[in-house]
Design a binder for this molecule. Structure first.
Ligand code: CTP
Length: 396
């Protein structure tokens, strides 16, 4: 995600300083080169060695004791992003006032890189007009602010002021560093296998875990899109994604069709059942009953409707879950459903498709074929979105 990106992680002196360790781990694990800068105050809360051991280089703190005679300009100029987590009231005030009184504030002033600050402090401090004025000033200058959360604070207090959750902060980093090539686009994504009710306790379903759909949603948000995810599964929602729940093919169809026209891109990653029971029993079927078989009838393939009624600004993407003749079957679906792109998934291959964290797919449009080798579903999601961007630029 952050491969090749240089991030300065500034840690100022609050109780939440220890959470910088987790943030640092996420950034490094996703390929960023993280240079940590700790203020004197932060070292009262967090051992320098801990952050040094997990970051890409040792903690820096001093304007004067570095091998580099001008560390603040080197760091500020090289950074792709400066992230301050946690940001105390003092740090926010100093930065807003344009004062450079330590390595971190000097680096902030010596940089044209985007800056994200993640405030953390007691509620009274956060709500103080001086702090709110400083936050407004910084926002007006283009600084991104990840607002603190409500919750438990130091000393047993509760209220707004807790450092935002790590995944929210990391997702903000993604959005700021991301290509933003989906900005101003509304994307509708479906995920998971539908459940077709037999009776109040039983249903017919399939092995879809929804992981690929969720990964596309997270990647699309990071690239600037407004995302609605209609899902049949309960997974942790990617930050900033609007979630709607559906259970059966009928539910999913109703949810998708009610908002399809408002979306620029529709990605049908859900494994929609092809059949559902003709009758749903309203009471549990007992084994002593004469019940012998379940009569099934086909569900409606609403991806066909989406392709048929496609608006000029829309891009429609389908999935094809196959166990044989991958390319041939997927191409048939592409043409029959009038899709712009189909993501063909050989669900019988090792470590691909349902439930795995990895996937390998074939991306097919009317003119092109692109094989995406086995990779994390997030990586596959990025490649699918790359293809969609190219299709919309008539370059695929
Ligand atoms: N789909 C749909 N409505 C259905 C069935 C499928 O919208 N009732 C969509 C899926 O979300 C997927 C695409 O159609 O994007 C292909 O689904 P898939 O199950 O692979 O193919 P089917 O067309 O159902 O054909 P088959 O199951 O026979 O392979």
């Amino acid at each position: 995600m952050f491969s090749g990106k240089r991030i300065v992680l500034g840690v100022s002196g609050g109780i939440a300083a220890y959470k910088a360790v987790e943030i640092c781990r996420h950034l490094v694990a996703n390929g960023a080169h993280v240079t940590p800068i700790m203020t004197t105050g932060s070292k009262k809360f967090l051992g320098e060695l801990t952050l040094s051991a997990l970051a890409s280089e040792r903690v820096k703190s001093s304007l004067w004791e570095d091998d580099d005679p001008i560390p603040h300009t080197t760091l500020g100029q090289q950074a792709d992003l400066i992230l301050i987590a946690p940001a105390t009231a003092k740090l926010i005030g100093t930065y807003a006032a344009g004062i450079s009184n330590d390595l971190l504030t000097a680096t902030l002033l010596a940089s044209r890189a985007p800056v994200i600050i993640c405030p953390a402090m007691h509620t009274e401090m956060w709500e103080h007009p001086a702090v709110q004025d400083n936050i407004r000033t910084l926002k007006n200058r283009g600084v991104f602010v990840v607002d603190p959360e409500d919750g438990q604070l130091a000393g047993g207090d509760e209220g707004k002021g807790r450092l935002a959750a790590t995944d929210l902060i990391v997702s903000k980093v993604e959005r700021v560093l991301g290509p933003n090539d989906l900005e101003n686009l509304k994307i509708l994504i479906t995920a998971g296998g539908t459940r077709e009710e037999i009776d109040p306790v039983r249903f017919i379903s399939n092995r879809s875990s929804g992981k690929q759909g969720y990964a596309i949603a997270a990647a699309a948000v990071a690239r600037g899109a407004t995302v609605t995810l209609i899902t049949t599964v309960e997974r942790e929602a990617p930050p900033d994604v609007e979630i709607q729940c559906a259970e059966s093919a009928r539910d999913l169809q109703a949810a998708v069709m009610s908002c399809a026209k408002n979306h620029d891109i529709i990605i049908m990653a859900a494994a929609v059942a092809d059949f559902h029971p003709s009758k749903i029993a309203h009471t549990k079927l007992k084994k002593t009953s004469s019940f012998k078989k379940i009569d099934l009838e086909p569900t409606h393939d609403f991806l066909v409707d989406l392709g048929e009624d496609k608006l000029p600004h829309q891009t429609i993407v389908g999935f094809a879950a196959e166990t044989e003749n991958l390319e041939k079957n997927a191409l048939e679906k592409l043409f029959k459903k009038k899709l712009d792109l189909i993501v063909a998934n050989d669900v019988s291959a090792p470590e691909t498709g349902f439930a795995y964290d990895t996937n390998a797919v074939l991306l097919l449009s009317a003119e092109t074929k692109q094989s995406i080798p086995l990779a994390d579903k997030r990586v596959v999601a990025e490649r699918i979105l790359d293809a969609i961007v190219k299709i919309r630029q008539n370059d695929y």
